[in-house]
Ligand binder design. Structure first.
Ligand SMILES: Nc1ncnc2c1ncn2[C@@H]1O[C@H](COP(=O)(O)OP(=O)(O)OP(=O)(O)O)[C@@H](O)[C@H]1O
Ligand SMILES: [Mg+2]
Length: 370
């Protein structure tokens, strides 16, 4: 049988009146928890400011009403309020987590503890109920699982891109090379057999060979965009240099690549994530910025690695980053968050965009092997 409240009070040296006064003050001060009493039948008999804040009822509207008003129709259908009271009466205390309903009909995720209150003779007087709003914590939990799911998607996509890049390079790339060699052989043979008048035919063979060169170049570029071999072979610093040179050649916009950090021994996830951030930022520059100059800077201090991509273009138009179908900036943010870092996007209209990622080294370096 649980100890009665007055038995608990008596274990201190304060009088019952002093104690109940302090107890009331305590309960009336608490705003983070809904603390209230129910009579043995489940009707509300007291109500603290925390209860008003969590459930929206002022005391005069709820005292005297049955506590089942806080439960959802589903819970009422299974008689949950009565079952909880019966369990608390039997075991002394019961704990529950689930949806509860506010006065305005909205729901919140609550942790609820119901404790049976008995008098000295063990007669049930009622119940003390403490409710805590866990909506924030639940939202955080949902956010964490969404972030974990998104990390898995990124990882799966990287693996798939790596596989396709290898297939493109090893299979299709080799076939184009073989075709080109065969064509060169035929060209030499044709030269020996055709007359001067048929040189037009030779010219078209040469044109086909040139087209095949262009095709091989495009294929290498597509494969490298999917997964640059230089990243796996030489690391992020070399891959950034390669990326900026390729950007400069392709879009005729000068890019300064400034590697200020000593070579960092980055783990795979960090290398590909930082690489993808720079790649997406440069793609955005090409698509949206109309820039004259771009800079990519990689640096590190004792505790952080910093990646910054700056352009001097038109800047972010108002509301442009809020488009529902734009995933570039969102993806960058997710990748950096996954590394325990932060990503900032700064711009004033007409004054270019600066993307800056700051990532803790502790999370991104390959652990030193003893
Ligand atoms: N460097 C930049 N200069 C000017 N505007 C930019 C720049 N980067 C992004 N923006 C603006 O921000 C918007 C959102 O960028 P984000 O990369 O998220 O999406 P997107 O490039 O439009 O589409 P995608 O999902 O293919 O990346 C862009 O549509 C563009 O209006
Ligand atoms: Mg984009």
């Amino acid at each position: 049988m649980p100890k009665s409240n007055s038995a608990l009070y008596r274990s201190c040296n304060l009088s019952d009146i002093q104690l109940s006064h302090r107890y009331r003050l305590l309960v009336e001060t608490v705003e983070d928890y809904a603390i209230f009493m129910l009579d043995a039948g489940g009707n509300v008999t007291s109500w603290n400011p925390g209860a008003e804040r969590a459930k929206g009822y002022p005391p005069e509207e709820i005292i005297g009403r049955h506590f089942s008003v806080f439960y959802t129709p589903d819970d009422l259908a299974t008689d949950k309020p009565a079952r909880l009271l019966a369990a608390a009466a039997l075991r002394g205390r019961v704990e529950d987590e689930g949806w509860r309903v506010r006065k305005d009909g909205s729901r919140f995720w609550a942790n609820v503890i119901i404790t049976a209150v008995h008098d000295e003779n063990g007669i049930l007087l009622g119940f003390a109920k403490i409710t805590r709003d866990l909506s924030e914590r639940q939202r955080l939990g949902e956010f964490e699982s969404a972030a974990a799911a998104s990390a898995l998607v990124h990882q799966a996509r990287e693996n798939e891109q790596k596989r396709i890049a290898r297939e493109l390079h090893d299979d299709l790339g080799q076939q184009i090379t073989a075709l080109k060699m065969a064509l060169a052989r035929h060209e030499t043979e044709l030269l020996q057999h055709v007359s001067e008048e048929a040189t037009g035919l030779l010219r078209s063979v040469r044109e086909i060979a040139d087209q095949m060169d262009t095709m091989a170049k495009s294929l290498r570029r597509v494969a490298a965009d999917l997964r640059p071999p230089v990243l796996d072979d030489l690391g992020l610093e070399a891959a950034l240099e390669w990326m900026t040179e390729a950007f400069e050649q392709r879009y005729s916009v000068p890019v300064r690549c400034d590697i200020q950090a000593l070579p960092l021994r980055l783990n795979d996830l960090a290398a590909i994530s930082l690489y993808r951030v720079a790649q997406e930022a440069l793609t955005n520059v090409a698509r949206h910025a109309r820039a004259n100059e771009v800079s990519v800077t990689l640096s590190a201090d004792e505790r952080h690695c910093h990646l910054r991509i700056h352009d001097d273009g038109v800047g972010l138009a108002e509301g442009s980053t809020l488009r529902g179908d734009a995933f570039g900036l969102l993806g960058m943010r997710e990748r950096i968050l996954q590394l325990g870092g932060v990503l900032s996007v700064q711009s004033t209209p007409g004054d270019g965009v600066t993307i800056a990622a700051h990532v803790p080294l502790a999370r991104i370096l390959v652990e030193a092997t003893p």
